[in-house]
Ligand binder design. Structure first.
Ligand SMILES: NC(=O)c1ccc[n+]([C@@H]2O[C@H](COP(=O)([O-])OP(=O)(O)OC[C@H]3O[C@@H](n4cnc5c(N)ncnc54)[C@H](O)[C@@H]3O)[C@@H](O)[C@H]2O)c1
Length: 441
């Protein structure tokens, strides 16, 4: 252990941080952790990525970019730099100036599951030494950094604030977004005290152009939940509006476009088969769960919005069945080809995909379902067991309906419209009106 007094080693870290001459350890080499590790290595930091998944570590060590969504170019540059290594052993934490924890925080049995955060914190604690900065990036409820991570790290005998620094910074990375990446997506950071905030701010300024320092870790934790809850609630609003508009014979897409011409006080969201992915459906649950645990109050808006979004696959399914019925095709005889089954366009992620749920519900009603998705070869969930269909003019023409659920950019929309008997355009990708073979949500 370092013989210098802790105050000196912490001060020395604060001096060194802006120089970028740092050793970084990133715990969890998933989408978030590997993206950070690779970007930091490209920026000149000496980076070691730790993961409990030995197969993943092995592949990454061989230079294989095995984590979907991580920028292959950045990963290649990082491995070529010689500054990025991987391992399963937490011993390397002892060498680090900065340790960032990016492990999963799933919802298990309707509750936040901090098992991975706790497990990683315990192992970090065993290697912790004075003068280090530890940052939690995993999405979680306010208070986790101080109430869960800090005591586990202090089991080392070192004191947060005196011997080491501790902060939270939420990851905002948007899978598939080609405009906003790590560098140009602004960051917020909040430490458990002012020095930790300053240190975390200095660290992220090496990698991100715009960093905002907050007064606490709790504010940073809650800011992330607000961002994703805001999105989830607004999607629920337009989903409910879409149903209302359909009943009234009003074009919801035109209404949203019209409202969006207002240059202030409005932000457009688009309806669809529901919300999906790893963040938007799950993160608001942290908010609702904590509200109930700590105050006894239900966070009603979150619960209501979750209910509305959860109804959308059933609604889309009914609209498809109705459209087929109006054309004289009964459910039992119908075949539907779904195009795009991932949770959003241009990514390969199936987690919480509302498109898969929609397809499963069609199948449960007796519809003969098939799917095509450039990112997915097989669907083996929700009771479905399907091999990807080919996408030829014949296949298109044979389906009673084509359900355009997740409109990936690679789809030739004009070709689809021209070749299908009926297109159910769940996200208004075609933007077509007046063609009786196209039905929009
Ligand atoms: N994916 C996103 O778009 C996104 C965006 C913002 C925030 N987040 C949040 O970031 C966190 C990580 O998400 P992700 O998408 O990178 O997850 P992921 O599932 O892609 O990867 C997590 C990695 O952590 C490893 N791991 C699990 N437990 C571990 C442990 N105890 N020690 C070391 N490694 C461990 C797993 O093997 C896996 O490789 C989550 O809290 C998530 O909510 C994700």
């Amino acid at each position: 252990m370092d013989s210098e007094p802790s105050t000196d080693v912490v001060a020395s870290l604060l001096d060194r941080l802006p120089t970028g001459r740092l050793r970084l350890v990133v715990i969890g080499q998933g989408y978030v952790g590997l993206s950070l590790a690779a970007a930091a290595a490209v920026e000149g930091l000496d980076v070691h990525g730790i993961d409990i998944d030995a197969a993943r570590v092995g592949a990454l060590s061989r230079g294989e970019s095995v984590v979907p969504g991580v920028d292959d170019g950045v990963f290649a540059m990082a491995t070529d730099s010689g500054r990025l290594s991987f391992g399963t052993d937490f011993a390397r934490v002892a060498d680090a100036d900065v340790v960032v924890i990016c492990v999963p925080t799933p919802i298990t049995d309707h509750r936040p599951d901090l098992g991975a955060v706790e497990g990683a914190s315990r192992l970090v604690s065993q290697m912790l030494r004075p003068g280090q900065l530890v940052i939690l990036e995993s999405t979680t409820y306010p208070g986790t950094t101080e109430q869960v991570v800090q005591p586990l790290l202090e089991a080392s005998g070192l004191r947060a604030g005196d011997d080491f620094l501790l902060a939270f910074s939420p990851e905002r990375i948007d899978p598939g977004n080609t405009k906003y990446g790590l560098r140009n997506t602004p960051r917020v950071v909040g430490g458990i005290d002012a020095r930790a905030t300053a240190a975390a701010g200095a660290f992220y300024r090496l990698l991100v152009d715009d960093v905002t320092e907050l007064s606490s870790a709790r504010s940073a934790e809650l800011a992330k939940l607000l961002e994703n809850t805001f999105r989830m609630v607004n999607i629920a609003l337009v989903n409910e509006l879409a149903r209302q508009c359909h009943d009234q014979g009003i074009d919801v897409w035109e209404v949203i476009r019209a409202a969006a011409t207002k240059p202030f006080g409005f932000m457009p969201f688009q309806p669809g088969p529901g919300v999906g992915g790893h963040c938007i459906p799950l993160d608001p649950t942290y908010l609702a769960w904590q509200s109930h645990r700590d105050t006894g109050r239900r966070f009603r808006l979150v619960e209501l919005a979750q209910d509305i979004n959860a109804e959308m696959p059933d609604y889309v399914c009914r609209r498809i069945v109705d459209a087929l019925g109006e054309r004289g095709v009964s459910v039992r005889d119908a075949s539907v080809l779904a195009l795009g089954v991932t949770y959003k366009p241009n990514v390969g992620d199936l987690r919480e995909s509302a498109a898969v749920e929609t397809l499963a519900q069609l199948a449960r009603r007796g519809v003969k379902v098939s799917f095509h998705d450039p990112f997915v070869e097989r669907l083996e969930s929700h009771g479905l067991s399907l091999e990807r269909s080919e996408l030829s003019a014949d296949v298109l023409a044979q389906a009673d309906a084509v359900a355009l659920l997740t409109p990936h950019d690679v789809y030739d929309l004009q070709w689809l419209q021209g070749g299908a008997k009926l297109v159910f355009d769940a996200r208004n990708a075609l933007g077509v009106r007046g063609d009786e073979r196209v039905v929009t949500l």
